[in-house]
Design a protein around this ligand. Structure first.
Ligand SMILES: [Zn+2]
Length: 244
């Protein structure tokens, strides 16, 4: 998660798992009114939405956000986390199921969050999810990228787009590279913008068959993984091309 302050407003990018009292914590960081946006609807990015009145997201993420914030899903996440990291700043299972859903507000490519003296532009980058977005803070030369540019990106989930669609998104972001130097990923440390070129090379090697992939195992399923320099992409070999 990232909290970005302008002069008049702050923007909270993603809401985490939703097992801690994020809304209260954010108030300790900023006195400005807070607008909230999800890069995508996965449980580790949109899990805390119910602690806020409204959250912006791409409409193709609305179904995932609803699922992530269902009473059952909230309760399960809270109870799992209580086992390992119980604390007074946690949201209990009982509290979690009582929280009303945040209103989801639609955004599209080019949407501008004007925070007063600081603007963040939405760039839609389908791949990891169909409505994944990144947020470009061109004046400060930073891009916040959700799960689009992690050091290892998951492209094997059933809801991921075909890999060739993700390649187009990487190239779209690369075309904007004159506007930023630093990538703030959803997981891991900041990366230099040259990383996107490594991701492009990695995906191209998968699509042209140069890289066949090594087995990759995770709690979300098994896949293949290819690496190029510091980039890695875990993919499903049956979901490379758009089916005509
Ligand atoms: Zn994700």
């Amino acid at each position: 998660m990232y909290l970005v302050e302008g002069k008049d407003k702050a923007l909270l990018i993603d809401t985490g798992l939703g097992v801690a009292k994020l809304g209260d914590f954010v108030k300790t960081l900023t006195r400005l009114p807070v607008t909230v946006v999800n890069t995508h609807g996965h449980p580790d990015h949109a899990g805390g939405n119910n602690q806020f009145k409204s959250v912006y997201a791409h409409p193709l993420e609305f179904a995932a956000i609803r699922q992530t914030n269902s009473a059952e899903s909230r309760k399960r996440a809270a109870e799992n986390m209580m086992k390992s990291a119980a604390g007074s700043d946690m949201v209990s299972g009982e509290e979690a199921v009582k929280m009303p859903a945040a209103e989801t507000l639609p955004l599209k490519d080019g949407h501008l969050f004007d925070l007063g003296g600081r603007k963040l532009e939405v760039i839609v980058t389908p791949g990891h999810t169909p409505g994944e977005i990144v947020l470009l803070d061109a004046a400060n030369r930073i891009v916040f990228t959700g799960d689009n540019d992690n050091s290892l990106v998951w492209l094997f989930l059933p809801t991921c787009t075909p890999l060739e669609v993700y390649l187009q998104s990487l190239k779209k972001l690369q075309q904007r590279a004159s506007g930023f130097d630093t990538i703030m990923p959803g997981h891991g440390a900041p990366l230099p913008k040259s990383f996107i070129g490594e991701q492009v090379a990695c995906v191209e090697a998968i699509l042209d068959g140069t890289c066949k992939g090594e087995p990759y195992k995770s709690f979300a399923g098994n896949a293949l993984v290819c690496r190029y320099k510091s980039a890695a992409v875990a993919f499903n070999p049956d979901n490379l091309r758009v089916k005509k």
